[in-house]
Each structure stands twice: as structure tokens, then as C-alpha cells.
Design a protein around this ligand. Structure first.
Ligand SMILES: NC(=O)c1ccc[n+]([C@@H]2O[C@H](COP(=O)([O-])OP(=O)(O)OC[C@H]3O[C@@H](n4cnc5c(N)ncnc54)[C@H](O)[C@@H]3O)[C@@H](O)[C@H]2O)c1
Length: 267
């Protein structure tokens, strides 16, 4: 198991789904974890679960679309744990009915998706860098998506936001590496979260699993383990990379994502 003892990690969008599984996994690796979400109650519930299992966590409200909210949550994390050395930007938002194609999307919808997913990553980077410097080290992992690298014919803003996040990741990796600060991205494939299980029919889920080279959908823990690795010193010489955790979906052309497939698919 990855050793994260002595590390303090700030994670966004961790009230449910992949973020929740990642927060719990990071805590089980020994990190002190600031579990944050726009929905503060869900973040607090996850932190309580971690503490009940013997880990160390605090639950905080953090809306990544607001600079004030991000700054306040990062300050609260440092006030609680005395430092901040790791960060995982996992929060993301889109609308399946309104984040459509280039002609139809409303500009306000475009702005909201970009502001949450991509600008949220920048806000977080700006907030954590001073604390990484103070600690003499830091590691950031952005959660992106296969959508960053393909031309889907739906979710134009979502794909653009994740591509922007990957480019921000390369910038941070190249610029701050000399200060012992690394930045990488994890691009999940189709991950079966509780939300996805409720939103997608069993037949569609079975079809999606059948299309994957590994013949199954991913789990939150599949992502969490790779995030933990990239955050840790086991990945000390990994910087500026996008690691696809998708069962091989993107490299299997005949099986890969079909442009504009199911509007019911989650992120
Ligand atoms: N589930 C998948 O199949 C899949 C595939 C590719 C990429 N991803 C990416 O993985 C990450 C997690 O996905 P998920 O499926 O667990 O999502 P989810 O929708 O289940 O959870 C997202 C969490 O982010 C929070 N959130 C939304 N807007 C926020 C904001 N402005 N500030 C703070 N928190 C906010 C939500 O409250 C929620 O708790 C996302 O970045 C997503 O784009 C997921």
C-alpha cells in the first residue's frame, strides 16, 4: 500500500463518487485529509466516516467556482493540520441536457463548466502553492477525462474544460518542478459510481462494460489507488503526465468511446 504518512491532502468534490473513495483511500494510506465539497454536509459525513475508521480528516465546504470559498477552505485545512503537501482536484460539473454542441450551447453554460472544472483547478493551484513552498515539497493531481482527448459531438464545454485542465497541469509541472512541486493528471474512463448506477440503465452499463477491453467498468478505488501513487514519493520522478485509468478503452479503436453516445452517461 502507498505510504502517505506525514502528508496533508486537500481534495475537492469528495462528498460522493470517485472523490469520496479517493479521500477514504488516501486516509487509509496515512494522510491527513481535508475532505471538501460544494455540498459541505456530504464532505463532513465522509470525514466522519474516515475518523470513525481511525483516520484523520476534516470535512469542509469548498465551492471550486469561488475564489473566496477555495481560499477559506485551504486556510481551514492548514489551520487544522498545520501544513498542506498534497492536493487532488476532483470536483467537476456539467449538464447533460445543456452542455451540448458548439452551435446550441448557451455561453453562460460554457462559462459555468469552464469556471468550475478548469478555472477551479487554477484557483486551487494558486491557493496551495504557498503552502507547498513552505513545506519544501508538493504534489498535485487533477482528475480529467478521456473527453479531453477526443472529439465527442456532445458536452463541448466539458471536454474543453478537461483539456484546459491537462494543459494547466503541464504548465504547473514545468514551472514549479524546480521547487520540488509535481503535477500530474488522472484521466478516468467509465467509472461506476453510485450516481452512475442510479442514472444509467443496467442494460447500458452492461453494454459499456462489454465495450471495454477488460470487460468491466472501473471503480472509484481503481482511480483512488492511482491518485495515491501519483501523489506519493513512489512517483517522485513522474511529472507532467496524463495517466489514463480506463481499462484500455482509449487505445482500443473499435471499442473506444463513440462520439456523442449516451446522453445519460455521467462524467
Ligand atoms: N464517473 C466517471 O465515469 C468519470 C469519467 C471520467 C472523468 N470523471 C471525473 O472524475 C471526477 C469525479 O467524478 P464523479 O463521477 O465521482 O462525479 P460526481 O458527480 O459523482 O461527484 C462530483 C462531486 O463534485 C462536487 N461538485 C460539483 N461542483 C462543485 C463545485 N463547484 N465545487 C466543489 N464541488 C463540486 C459534487 O457535489 C459531487 O460531490 C470528475 O472530475 C469527473 O469529471 C468521472
Amino acid at each position: 500500500m502507498t505510504d502517505l504518512s506525514g502528508e496533508v491532502c486537500f481534495i475537492t468534490g469528495a462528498g460522493r463518487g470517485i472523490g469520496k473513495d479517493t479521500a477514504k483511500y488516501l486516509a487509509s494510506c496515512g494522510a491527513e485529509v481535508a475532505v471538501t465539497d460544494r455540498d459541505g454536509a456530504s464532505a463532513k459525513a465522509v470525514a466522519e466516516e474516515i475518523c470513525a475508521e481511525g483516520g484523520h480528516a476534516i470535512g469542509l465546504t469548498c465551492d471550486v467556482s469561488s475564489t473566496t470559498s477555495v481560499d477559506a477552505a485551504v486556510q481551514a485545512c492548514v489551520a487544522k493540520f498545520g501544513a498542506l503537501t498534497l492536493c487532488n482536484h476532483n470536483a467537476a460539473w456539467t449538464s447533460f441536457s445543456h452542455d451540448t454542441n458548439a452551435e446550441a450551447i448557451d455561453l453562460a453554460m460554457w462559462d459555468r463548466v469552464i469556471n468550475t472544472n478548469a478555472t477551479g483547478g487554477l484557483r486551487l493551484t494558486q491557493a496551495v502553492l504557498p503552502h507547498f513552498r513552505r513545506s519544501g515539497r508538493g504534489s498535485l493531481v487533477f482528475i480529467t477525462s478521456g473527453s479531453a482527448a477526443i472529439g465527442e459531438n456532445a458536452r463541448v464545454a466539458y471536454g474543453a474544460s478537461k483539456a484546459a485542465l491537462e494543459q494547466l497541469m503541464r504548465h504547473v509541472a514545468a514551472t514549479y518542478g524546480r521547487e520540488n512541486i509535481r503535477c500530474n493528471a488522472v484521466a478516468p474512463g467509465m467509472i461506476l459510481t453510485d450516481t452512475a448506477a442510479l442514472a444509467i440503465s443496467e442494460a447500458s452499463l452492461a453494454q459499456l462494460a462489454e465495450e471495454n477491453p477488460l470487460r468491466r467498468l472501473g471503480t472509484g478505488e481503481d482511480i483512488a489507488k492511482v491518485v495515491a501513487f501519483l501523489l506519493s514519493t513512489d512517483a517522485a520522478y513522474v511529472n507532467g503526465q496524463v495517466l489514463r485509468v480506463d481499462g484500455g478503452l482509449m487505445i482500443a479503436p473499435r471499442l473506444g468511446p463513440k462520439a456523442g453516445r449516451a446522453s445519460e452517461e455521467p462524467n
